[in-house]
Design a protein around this ligand. Structure first.
Ligand code: MRU
Length: 360
């Protein structure tokens, strides 16, 4: 099952409500722009590429719901702005919504506008699948090389948050090279950061690796540095929500600390991303990438599965303040390289632009 799909039996867009995974597989139908916004904001869907594809289908859903109004363009511009504002950090959302919007011919028949929006959203979804597949292809030799150096002994890979198939449409970004290596029967093991506060690592990455049969161990977010000091990590591969064209990477909070520990221990630190996650305008990631601050209740309470249902429990004094920064920025100097659908490059402007000369 993909993380998002168009269901031809009832002509609707469907997603998995990832808040309930791995305990319950609940499917949600998205039929209105407010529903799409809620799905993105409340993280039924999450992960940069998936947020992008959901936003793209959001434009189609907006077009399907066009009311009798004087200006279709005015209406859709406002709906697209609402979609783009649903979450601030992942640039894929803005990119995908704008890409669909720009395809539309506002003087055309409403039926044609709907069809064009749907076709473009479908195309974005398929392209992201293919991009992730290629990220796997290009990332595989990195793992193969380590395996050879270790004479076939287990390659230990550390990853943060969920940059797997659930964060994308298929394959994932950080997980694509892992799956490619697993399919080649390379002996590997993945350290999975639990990723507080919403535990995307423990809930989603572990679930994905388990379903595929990849050896893995869930660790607390603070364990990586210790493992690296004791040669228990050979390579770190993470995803990203927005990457400046100069190489600074915004990803789930805690990524920066992993990159610092990797640098200190001389462990390669790779970021896997499709080109839709590059921000071709931002030069200084630390200064200019917007960092989402989420509800502090996500820190105050933990959700888990108990007696057949999802329960929420308080884990700190009710009166204490909590601050929920959802992402941080890892500066380019800490990153060994990027694994993209066009190949691997160093984390600097010249290397990135020589892989993507069309963005110069
Ligand atoms: O808040 P989330 O769950 O949307 O954050 C997701 C991440 O930080 C992922 O690592 C990132 O989107 C990479 S997606 C392949």
């Amino acid at each position: 099952m993909r993380s998002i799909w168009f269901d031809t039996t009832d002509n609707s867009v469907k997603v998995i409500d990832q808040r309930k995974l791995p305990h319950i597989t609940a499917i949600e139908k998205l039929e209105s722009v407010p529903q799409v916004i809620t799905a993105i904001k409340d993280m039924y869907v999450r992960g940069a590429p998936l947020i992008g594809v959901t936003g793209a289908y959001g434009v189609y859903i907006a077009a399907k719901n066009i009311p009798d109004c004087k200006s279709i363009k005015f209406y859709l511009t406002a709906e697209c702005q609402k979609l783009k504002d649903a979450r601030p950090t992942a640039v894929n959302l803005i990119w995908a919504v704008e890409r669909v919007f720009e395809k539309l011919n506002f003087s055309a028949d409403i039926k044609d506008i709907i069809n064009i929006a749907k076709k473009e959203a479908d195309a974005i979804a398929e392209e992201e699948v293919e991009n992730c597949r290629k990220i796997g292809e290009y990332g595989l030799p990195l793992i193969e090389e380590i395996s050879k150096k270790k004479n076939g002994k287990t390659v230990n890979i550390l990853t943060h948050c969920n940059a797997g198939r659930l964060a994308c449409v298929e394959y994932g970004t950080a997980t694509a090279p892992i799956y490619a290596a697993f399919d080649k029967e390379i002996d590997l093991h993945v350290w999975v950061d639990e990723t507080r506060p919403l535990n995307q690592g423990a809930r989603l990455t572990a679930y994905e690796l388990e379903e595929k049969g990849v050896k893995h161990t869930v660790i607390t977010d603070n364990t990586g540095g210790h493992l690296m000091q004791h040669s228990l990590v050979d390579i770190t591969i993470v995803g990203t929500d927005r990457t400046a064209y100069t190489g600074d990477v915004a990803n789930k909070i805690g990524t920066y600390l992993k990159a610092l520990a990797a640098k200190d221990n001389n462990i390669p630190f790779y970021v896997a991303l499709p080109s839709s996650t590059f921000d071709w305008e931002i030069e200084d990631g630390i200064k200019d990438i917007p960092i989402e601050k989420r509800d502090p209740d996500e820190i105050r309470y933990v959700e888990g599965f108990c007696s057949g249902k999802i329960e929420k429990v308080a884990i700190m004094p009710e009166q204490s303040a909590a601050a929920n920064y959802a992402f941080d920025v890892t500066p380019a100097r800490l990153i060994t390289g990027f694994i993209t659908e066009r190949g691997i490059c160093k984390a600097n402007k010249d290397a990135i632009l020589s892989l993507f000369p069309d963005k110069r």
